[in-house]
Design a protein around this ligand. Structure first.
Ligand SMILES: [Zn+2]
Length: 206
């Protein structure tokens, strides 16, 4: 077990919905000999698939900047039905209710458009001055928070794709464009930019 262990590569292969996702973890033993072990697989040759867990662990580093392929994400359904539009406005400065960074992505759609559970979970309704009528869906990988609803949908245990609310402009969006303020909190932690994960399920074919 000597020099051959200069570099150990671990390749995990997953099959998700017919798509093969490769994620590569490399363990290098720096104490071994200086023999240049040319790795048979290079990072740059792999699809830059990142899960939310990868991003949480490693930040949005170079992997996320490689290539146009879509990441495998936590969502199985687009949270808002068509017609809809959104852009990556996560982190933008907002001033209503005091200065803060936008913690979600605003998905604009007509009043009453269905808001769907992007994964299996438990839906709960709440309300606040800022968010108006809100619904939180908690699943195995984290929770999503939807605000400014006009009406609640099904609550309690729901499957992915179930209508859990309807787009509106309640709370501090009153009088403005109707939209779903959509936040993604992996593992129940701080909100993360879900733009890439939305793209995976909201465009262009979905
Ligand atoms: Zn918002």
């Amino acid at each position: 077990m000597e020099t051959r262990r200069a570099a150990a590569w671990v390749v995990r292969v997953r099959f998700i919905a017919g798509a093969t996702v490769l994620s590569l973890a490399m363990a290098t033993n720096l104490a071994m000999t200086a023999r240049a072990a040319a790795p048979s697989v290079r990072l740059s040759a792999l699809s830059p698939q990142q899960t939310d867990a990868d991003i949480s662990l490693h930040g949005r580093g170079p992997l996320g900047a490689l290539g146009p392929t879509r990441p495998r994400g936590p969502f199985a359904f687009c949270p808002v039905d068509r017609p809809r539009h959104y852009r990556d406005d996560f982190g933008e400065p907002r001033y209503v209710g005091g200065y803060h960074r936008h913690q979600g992505i605003d998905i604009f759609a007509p009043l009453g458009t269905a808001i769907r559970a992007p994964f299996d979970g438990v839906a709960e309704v709440s309300d606040s001055w800022a968010g108006g009528l809100q619904v939180t869906l908690t699943g195995g990988r984290g929770f999503v928070f939807n605000a400014h609803l006009s009406r609640a949908g099904r609550t309690g245990k729901v499957r992915a794709g179930t209508v859990i609310g309807f787009v509106g402009n309640s709370g501090d969006a009153r009088g403005g464009s109707t939209h779903d303020h959509f936040e993604w909190h992996p593992k129940g932690g701080p909100a993360l930019d879900s733009f890439r994960f939305l793209n995976a399920v909201c465009r262009p074919r979905h």
